[in-house]
Design a protein around this ligand. Structure first.
Ligand code: FES
Length: 124
């Protein structure tokens, strides 16, 4: 019997845009410890490893930051703070119910491109 796969991966954007750049940043002085907070919550609840937090670079939804992506499910959460992250862990990750009010707007996160559509885009 092998090592089990994690139940979830949580990709937390850790991009910090340089000062003076017009786009908002997912990491600023007010939000710089959100990844650490996420990791601490997972440890406190005994699910670190079963749920794998990943520091990632820009997820291309900067104007809705701070953002994080939960897989499986392609669920993108936006405008995060510590309270929202705790609720997402309790209700989505542990409870199995997506916290719809924190999900990024459909305007910014529409249905995924299908494999067939992607193949049609490939330049050969
Ligand atoms: S900086 Fe976080 S999505 Fe771009």
């Amino acid at each position: 019997m092998g090592i089990p796969q994690p139940a979830f991966y949580i990709f937390k954007c850790e991009q910090s845009s340089p000062p003076g750049m017009p786009k908002p940043s997912c990491v600023n002085p007010q939000t710089k410890d959100l990844f650490q907070y996420l990791a601490q919550l997972l440890m406190q609840k005994g699910i670190m490893g079963t749920v794998q937090p990943i520091r990632t670079s820009c997820l291309n939804r900067c104007n809705a930051g701070p953002v994080m992506l939960v897989e499986p499910g392609h669920v993108m959460y936006a405008g995060l703070d510590k309270g929202k992250i705790e609720r997402i862990i309790d209700e989505h990750i542990i409870g199995g119910k997506v916290v719809e009010e924190y999900v990024i707007s459909e305007e910014l996160w529409d249905a995924p491109i299908s494999p067939a559509e992607m193949q049609a885009q490939v330049q050969r």
